[in-house]
Write a protein that binds this ligand. Structure first.
Ligand SMILES: NC(=O)c1ccc[n+]([C@@H]2O[C@H](COP(=O)([O-])OP(=O)(O)OC[C@H]3O[C@@H](n4cnc5c(N)ncnc54)[C@H](OP(=O)(O)O)[C@@H]3O)[C@@H](O)[C@H]2O)c1
Length: 295
């Protein structure tokens, strides 16, 4: 008997869900190699066999810029995938917790986005994620869409790891200062997924990130300070703020994507942690993991 099936087990969130799994919970983890969520037959076969009461979908096509070149691949994972999962969940009386993104918003708001605010994505990634959200929300009540943003961890490719690499390689780097959001350590996000799973009264849209707000430039400076203190980098590169228009990317990103977490905090009785504290803890975790791997 399985309590929870997690899809996207090889990604940042999937790996942290495994690390934070409550001991009493019987969970199974499916990587992309085991189940392609865009394939309805594979999904049905796997879920019929596991027969979980909850599904957590951490699988997604997350390459924001590449999505502009590969809209079909992005739509397969981000729209058809959740459609397949919610069809099985609804037919079997299971609950789906589906993770989505702050990039469903266009960034024109001057204050944190509430779950009820109108999404208006600027690119293919956000559009396909919104399609997935709508599939989940249009099914029977009880399912959850959990939006988050700026996710990082010691796994995979993310802004923190890219900054550490560039700070080691270069004397100087330029980082965008006019896009504002909130970093989210995947481990904190994983704990929120488990808490939502335990709180069976929760349904509909929830928002989660760590607490506070910053620009990518602020985030880069914080990464540098913490990494120097921990000895993860051994020299100080010069970090220069630039406007987004000086760093053109295939996908347009929202200039403001801070999420309002009031409802999630109230529902779970947890306020979260300042993003800088979470960043420090992740870097400490990374340092210990690197040390263990080198001994
Ligand atoms: N990363 C961020 O900054 C960010 C920001 C906002 C929201 N989110 C959302 O947070 C969730 C977790 O993101 P993450 O950072 O953990 O992403 P991630 O590290 O890119 O992991 C996503 C995982 O999904 C897998 N996957 C992709 N297509 C699949 C498919 N068709 N079937 C099964 N698995 C598939 C990927 O496998 P492969 O590696 O083999 O492709 C990967 O292991 C996603 O819903 C994402 O949209 C992320």
């Amino acid at each position: 008997m399985t309590d929870v099936v997690i899809f996207g087990a090889g990604g940042q969130l999937g790996l942290e869900l495994k690390m934070t799994q409550p001991s009493a919970c019987r969970a199974v983890y499916a990587t992309r190699a085991e189940v392609d969520i865009a394939d309805a037959e594979q999904v049905t076969r796997y879920l019929d066999s596991a027969n979980p009461s909850t599904i957590i979908n951490a699988a997604a096509y997350t390459a924001v810029d590449r999505a502009e070149e590969e809209p079909e691949r992005a739509a397969a994972a981000n729209a058809a995938g959740p459609r397949n999962l919610v069809a099985w969940a609804t037919g079997s009386g299971a609950r789906l917790i589906h993770v989505s993104t702050d990039f469903v918003f266009d960034g024109s708001a001057g204050e944190p986005y509430k779950p009820s605010d109108e999404p208006r994505p600027l690119g293919v990634y956000g559009e396909t994620k919104l399609e997935g959200e709508r599939a989940v929300l249009s099914a029977a009540a009880g399912h959850i869409v959990l939006r988050t943003g700026w996710v990082y961890s010691r796994h995979g490719v993310n802004f923190v790891k890219t900054m550490l690499r560039l700070m080691n390689e270069r004397e100087q780097l330029s980082v965008v200062e006019d896009q504002i959001g909130t970093p989210t350590w995947a481990r904190e996000l994983a704990s929120i997924c488990w808490a939502l799973r335990d709180n069976t009264a929760c349904s509909g849209i929830y928002h989660w990130s760590d607490s506070g707000a910053c620009s990518w430039f602020d985030f880069a400076l914080a990464i540098q300070e913490e990494a120097l203190t921990l000895g993860l980098i051994d020299k100080r590169a010069s970090v220069l703020p630039i406007p987004a228009k000086q760093y053109p990317t295939p996908a347009t990103r929202p200039s403001y994507s801070v999420l309002d977490k009031t409802d999630t905090r109230a529902a779970l009785g947890y306020s979260g942690r300042p993003w800088r504290h979470a960043l420090r803890d992740m870097l400490v975790d990374m340092k210990h993991t690197n040390k263990d791997q080198n001994t």
